[in-house]
Design a protein around this ligand. Structure first.
Ligand SMILES: [Zn+2]
Length: 81
């Protein structure tokens, strides 16, 4: 299996790794930090995490790809940091 492409970006004072994930059938639902709405695993979306803590799965955040792309305009709130 090929490693998925990970993009590193500097944002909000940290370096983040972002990866596009394809739709899956796990049935899981996440909370997008950008818009505070639900992100279903059944839609393609973006997973992002601070690279310094990337071994901690809890630090991963599932974003709508459009929200991740617009993250400078959608400052996350809550306990994401
Ligand atoms: Zn969103």
């Amino acid at each position: 299996m090929r490693e998925p492409t990970v993009t590193e970006v500097r944002w909000a004072g940290q370096v983040w790794a972002a990866r596009q994930v394809r739709a899956s059938t796990t049935g899981r639902v996440y909370r997008c930090p950008g818009c505070q709405s639900e992100v279903g695993a059944d839609t393609a979306h973006t997973v992002a995490w601070p690279v310094e803590t990337m071994n901690q799965v809890d630090n991963r955040r599932h974003w709508h790809s459009v929200c991740w792309a617009a993250r400078d305009r959608r400052r996350p709130g809550g306990s994401w940091a």
